[in-house]
Design a protein around this ligand. Structure first.
Ligand code: ARG
Length: 459
């Protein structure tokens, strides 16, 4: 058992149960690459200000790189008694270069070190999630031409409401995922502020150059208050919230497609490669991937709670509770990344079931609002038009017919302003085509959205 780096004032060995209880190496070893990057920047800064020599710095940089390679290749042994990834790397360095290695931690604490690592890691996570979100947006946008001729019922309360061009749905998801991307870029502004050099909580009396390490690590700013640095995990709460909202959007989409995949809807066919069977019912094709995307969204949502509850009772500055922050970060990141990868593949591979959709498209009076708007254009006050169309719908329901089945006489009886151009409005397709306001689900406005997304995503 190695002596503890902090063991000077202790008279007893740490209890083995305490070591097993306090370790974080079992989940923070994935910080190794960013820990090494941060330490290398720190060493370069120590050399620049004269706290170590250039030769010492060179040795530290080389050995750290070598340790990084060993960790990556799985040739590095992790042990509970060395606590965390930071201690493992530092003690390996000391083992190999002795006193020179003992200088690396000059003017640094694990408190600013771990925050630096987390920020570097979160920055990479933001870039990866952003690119996965973009892939998913591209998958939706690329459906446009395939689904060009398709009209879908739009729902509110899961009741048939108004018809929209199918791609209107795809672009609706693009908008949600775009806001998610914007939120991540905003979060990045806080992530990109360097904590390194904040030391334990108070800064240091040594002549360090925090601007220099910030520059080396490509942070855009330097955090101003060492107490705040030591205690700040806002950026993790924000990142986890971003993940929770992406997961919520994915869950909404998954829920919708699960319904659409049912025999009752029959709107969509999912590729065999993305569905699973039943061990007893031979006919089954289950949307398990979608269900798990919906189900896994519980995790990022729980992770935000975990971070906030973890932080809310802490006094300034670092407290060991904060070690648990990584569990929320990694879990929300891994979960959302895995869901996004599968989501894009499913959006690409799914087929809308034209015939089933068309067969039921005239159900549910999707054209009722279009009829009311026709009456408004003919001078009928909106509320009066609403009442007239409501009565016509009731009449149709009593006959099990559609609005388009009403004769011109019947329609004129309800409202004398109606002329025979009404039949260019009635029917789901016509009602969709009549939609023309900015952002609506009609032909032209959806074409405009298509142009927008093609340009924005560089398709
Ligand atoms: N493994 C610890 C963590 O992740 C590192 C920081 C330890 N700092 C300390 N003062 N004990 O939070």
């Amino acid at each position: 058992m190695a002596a503890k780096a902090w063991g000077g004032r202790f008279q007893q060995q740490t209890d083995a149960r305490v070591e097993a209880f306090t370790e974080s190496i079992s989940f923070d070893s994935r910080l190794a690459p960013v820990d090494i990057k941060g330490s290398q920047a720190h060493a370069q800064m120590l050399a620049k200000v004269g706290l170590i020599s250039d030769e010492e710095c060179q040795q530290i940089l080389e050995v750290l790189t070598q340790i990084g390679v060993e960790i990556e290749q799985g040739q590095f042994e992790f042990r509970f008694d060395l606590e965390d990834i930071h201690m493992h790397i530092e003690s390996a360095l000391i083992e190999r270069v002795g006193d020179i290695g003992r200088k690396l931690h000059t003017a640094r604490s694990r408190n600013d070190q771990v925050s630096t690592d987390l920020k570097l890691y979160t920055r990479e996570a933001i870039h990866r999630i952003d690119s996965l979100l973009k892939d998913l947006q591209v998958a939706f946008v690329e459906r446009f031409e395939r689904d060009q001729d398709l009209v879908l019922p739009g729902f509110t309360h899961l009741q048939r409401a108004q018809p929209v061009k199918a791609a209107h749905y795809w672009f609706a998801y693009c908008e949600k995922f775009d806001r998610d991307r914007q939120r991540l870029q905003d979060c990045l502004k806080r992530v990109n502020v360097s904590p390194l050099g904040g030391a334990a909580l108070a800064g240091t009396s040594l002549p360090i150059d925090r601007q220099y390490t910030a520059q080396l690590l490509e942070f855009t700013d330097v955090a101003r208050n060492s107490l705040d640095i030591s205690s700040d995990r806002d950026y993790l709460a924000e990142f986890c919230f971003c993940m929770a909202l992406v997961a919520t959007h994915l869950s909404n989409w998954a829920e919708e497609w699960i319904a659409w995949f049912s025999t009752e809807f029959g709107f969509i066919k999912l590729p065999d490669a993305f569905t699973t069977g039943s061990s007893i019912m031979p006919q089954k094709r289950n949307p398990d991937v979608l269900e798990l995307i919906r189900g896994k969204s519980a995790r990022p949502i729980a992770d935000v709670q975990q971070i906030l509850v973890l932080l809310k009772g802490l006094p300034m500055a670092y407290n060991r509770d904060m070690q648990e922050d990584k569990l929320a970060l990694f879990d929300s990141y891994d979960t959302v990344a895995a869901c996004l990868e599968l989501a894009a593949a499913m959006v690409e591979g799914a087929e809308l079931q034209q015939e089933t959709i068309a067969a039921k498209l005239e159900d549910g009076f999707l054209d009722a609002t279009a009829l009311m708007e026709y009456l408004i254009k003919k001078g009928t006050p909106m509320r009066t038009g609403h009442g007239i169309v409501g009565k016509l719908v009731a009449l149709c329901e009593s006959r099990q017919s559609r609005l388009v089945d009403l004769s011109l006489e019947e329609l004129q009886q309800a409202c004398p302003q109606i002329e025979d151009d009404i039949y260019q409005i009635l029917g789901a397709r016509n009602a969709m085509a009549a939609l023309c306001s900015f952002g609506s689900g009609g032909e032209e406005p959806v074409n405009e959205q298509w142009q927008y997304w093609k340009e924005k995503l560089g398709i």
